[in-house]
Design a protein around this ligand. Structure first.
Ligand code: SAH
Length: 251
């Protein structure tokens, strides 16, 4: 029972101190306000906690880990709870950075939450399953390019930093991991209906093997004003600005 419960929390503790340090050092210091998601037994926390001028908070869902953190990092502000349920608008007075060796079972949900909170999240440094990291960092034309690549790259510069082997975790996950960094670009508005943009991206990739002419039928909107050249392509071939153009020609 206990083991199953922990497994559901996506707990894979990092054993390699050098990698922990490398992740902590990948934060560029754009902002002193930092939130760590899922610190677990504090392997990353250790390298952030004592930094000068850092305004550091952490959120951890597992009670046992929270108790450990209280004992070892007495002045750390740890929120016991679920990051996905956390109201980010009240946490810091200013935009902040997010860091973590994230729970892999909620990777996509974490990234969608970053997208939704793009105006208060300046930077993300995080470890994900390698496949998710590759998808986020993918460029148009590649097979892994997808919904999160488009949505996040509209507002963030994304870098794939390094790959991490499964043997540096306890217990080892089934897949390799990778660390990526997202830094907020200076785009404040996409200059289109952003809700519709998200819908167009999601609908386009929903049937990614189809041309957009066919995939976008599901929107039930007239496609007459969409340039023919774009309708003949598949979602994975389109840049952010192509998706913006489509959105504007629909509305
Ligand atoms: N950062 C640690 C632990 C990584 S494992 C290390 O590198 O060793 C992922 C951590 O996220 C676990 O501690 C798990 O309890 C925590 N976690 C899982 N789901 C969470 C959620 N929804 N909100 C906050 N923390 C969560």
């Amino acid at each position: 029972m206990e083991v199953r419960a922990k497994k559901a929390l996506g707990q894979h503790f990092l054993k390699d101190e050098n990698i922990a340090l490398q992740i902590a050092e990948s934060l560029t210091g754009l902002t002193p306000h930092v939130l760590e998601i899922g610190p677990g037994m504090g392997v990353l926390t250790k390298y952030l906690y004592n930094r000068e001028n850092i305004d550091f908070h952490a959120i951890e869902i597992d009670t046992e880990s929270v108790e450990y953190l209280h004992a070892h990092y007495p002045s750390l502000h740890v929120i016991e709870g679920d990051f996905l349920a956390l109201d980010l608008s009240t946490l810091f007075a200013e935009p902040f950075a997010v860091i973590g060796n994230f729970p892999y079972n909620i990777s996509s949900q974490i990234l969608f939450k970053v997208f939704d909170n793009r105006n208060c999240i300046l930077e993300v440094v995080g470890m994900f399953q390698k496949e998710v990291a590759e998808r986020v960092a993918a460029k148009p034309g590649s097979k892994t390019y997808g919904i999160l690549s488009v949505l996040l790259s509209a507002f963030y510069n994304i870098e794939y930093l390094f790959t991490v082997h499964e043997h540096v975790f306890n217990p080892p996950p089934k897949v390799k991991s990778a660390v990526i960094r997202l830094q907020r670009n200076d785009v404040t508005s996409l200059e289109c209906d952003e809700k519709l943009f998200v819908q167009v991206v999601k609908t386009g990739f929903n049937q990614r093997r189809k041309t957009l002419r066919n995939a976008l039928r599901q929107l039930n909107m007239p496609l007459d004003a969409v340039p023919e050249t774009l309708l003949g392509l598949r979602a994975e071939q389109l840049s952010v600005s192509d998706f913006i153009e489509i959105t504007n020609s629909l509305s």
